[in-house]
Ligand binder design. Structure first.
Ligand code: ADP
Length: 336
C-alpha cells in the first residue's frame, strides 16, 4: 500500500499492464493525462486509450523487446510515454508525462536562433559586399571609397548594437545580472535620462519634459537597470516621433508602488501589433526600425527589467494618437 501511495502521488502517469496488455492499475495522473474517465481495469490499454501508435508500442514492450519511447498528440497537448517490459514476461509498465511546454520552448528557441541568424546576416552581407567592391579597386576613387566606408561603418555599428542587446538580454534572462535594489531618487534618475537624450531631441526639435509626482519620487530598484529601461523607452519615443514632437517622462503613484510613464505624440501603434511589440525582434515597420538604428530588442529588454523587479510594462496607443508606455515597479511589501 506504501508503493500504491507513492504511485498515486506521482506527477507522471503510470499504467501497469498484464502480459496480454490489460490494464492492471493506473494512477490519477495517467487518468487526467489520457482523459480516462471510466474505470478501465480489465480493458486492453489500446481500447481504453485510443491513440495512434499506442497499441504498437505497447505490444512491442509486452513481447519483451526492450523499453520503447513514443510521443502522442491529444488535442492541444503532447504526451511523451516510456514503455518498459516487466522482467519475466509479467507485463509492462507505461510512464507518461506532458511535454507540451518543453515542445513549445524548443520551438521558441529554434525561432529565436533563426531570427538572430537572419538579423546578423543582413548587415554582414552588406559589409561583405562593400569590402569586396573596395578591394576590387573602388578604393582608388576617394569619393566613393568614403561613401562605402561610411556604409560599412553604419552596418558594423548595427551588428555591434544587436550583439550588445543580445548579450544584455541573455544576462538578464540567466540571472547573471542580479537586481541590486537600492533606494532610488526617481526624479534624479529621470533627469539623468532626459539630459542624456537632450542632444538627440534637440536635433529633431523635440520637447523633452520631466514631471515627477509627489509620492512617486522614490522607489527601491536596481538603478542601472531601471535607467536602462527608461532610456530604451525614451529612445523609442524620440526615434519614432517626427520632428517637432513632444516626449514626456512622468511618474504616478500606483497601487503598491510607482508608475513611470513615457508619453509621446508620435505615430502610435496599430492595435493588432500592440500585444507583440515586447517580443524579441518584433517591429511594426521593419525597414523604418532598421533605418533608425533599431535592433528590435529594446522593448524585450524593458520587459525583462520590469519582471526582474516584480513589475510590469504596458502600452496604450492608437495610430495617430501617440503612445504611452507605463512601467510599474512595486515597493517591496507594497500591496499590488
Ligand atoms: P526597435 O529597435 O525596433 O525600436 P523595440 O523593441 O524597442 O525595437 O520596439 C519594437 C517596435 O515597437 C518598434 O520597431 C516600433 O515599431 C514599435 N515602437 C516602440 N516604441 C514606439 C513608439 N514610442 N512609437 C511608435 N512605435 C513604437
Amino acid at each position: 500500500s506504501k508503493l500504491e501511495a507513492v504511485i498515486a502521488g506521482m506527477q507522471e502517469g503510470v499504467i501497469a499492464l498484464d502480459p496480454a496488455g490489460r490494464i492492471l492499475h493506473l494512477n490519477g495522473a495517467a487518468r487526467s493525462l489520457f482523459g480516462v474517465s471510466e474505470d478501465p481495469a480489465g480493458l486492453l490499454l489500446w481500447e481504453a486509450i485510443r491513440l495512434p501508435g499506442l497499441e504498437e508500442a505497447a505490444r512491442a514492450a509486452l513481447r519483451g523487446g526492450g523499453p520503447a519511447s513514443a510521443s502522442f498528440e491529444t488535442g492541444d497537448r503532447v504526451l511523451s510515454a516510456h514503455l518498459a517490459p516487466v522482467s519475466g514476461g509479467q507485463g509492462a509498465v507505461l510512464v507518461a508525462r506532458d511535454v507540451t511546454e518543453d515542445r513549445r520552448y524548443d520551438t521558441l528557441r529554434r525561432e529565436f536562433v533563426a531570427n538572430v541568424s537572419h538579423e546578423l546576416r543582413t548587415p554582414l552581407s552588406v559589409i561583405q559586399g562593400y569590402v569586396e567592391t573596395l578591394l576590387d579597386g573602388a578604393w582608388k576613387d576617394e569619393k566613393s571609397a568614403l561613401e562605402f566606408l561610411s556604409t560599412i561603418d553604419r552596418n558594423v555599428r548595427r551588428l555591434a548594437a544587436i550583439v550588445g542587446d543580445l548579450l544584455d538580454l541573455s544576462r538578464l534572462e540567466s540571472g547573471g545580472r542580479l537586481v541590486e535594489p537600492r533606494d532610488l531618487d526617481v526624479h534624479a534618475l529621470l533627469d539623468r535620462v532626459a539630459d542624456a537624450f537632450r542632444p538627440v531631441a534637440g536635433k529633431k526639435n523635440q520637447a523633452l519634459e520631466v514631471d515627477v509626482a509627489r509620492g512617486a519620487d522614490s522607489i527601491e530598484a536596481d538603478g542601472a537597470l531601471l535607467e536602462r529601461a527608461v532610456s530604451n523607452l525614451v529612445d523609442n519615443a524620440l526615434k519614432y516621433t517626427p520632428d517637432g514632437g513632444k516626449v514626456k517622462l512622468r511618474t504616478e503613484p500606483a497601487a503598491g508602488g510607482i508608475a513611470i510613464l513615457v508619453e509621446d505624440n508620435g505615430p502610435g501603434i496599430p492595435e493588432a501589433d500592440l500585444p507583440r511589440i515586447f517580443e524579441r525582434f518584433y517591429r511594426v515597420d521593419k525597414s523604418r526600425s532598421r533605418d533608425l538604428g533599431g535592433t528590435g530588442l529594446g522593448l524585450a529588454i524593458v520587459k525583462h527589467i520590469a519582471q526582474l523587479h516584480g513589475g510590469t510594462i504596458s502600452v496604450r496607443s492608437a495610430p495617430g494618437q501617440g503612445s504611452i508606455f507605463t512601467l510599474r515597479i512595486p515597493r517591496p511589501g507594497g500591496s499590488k
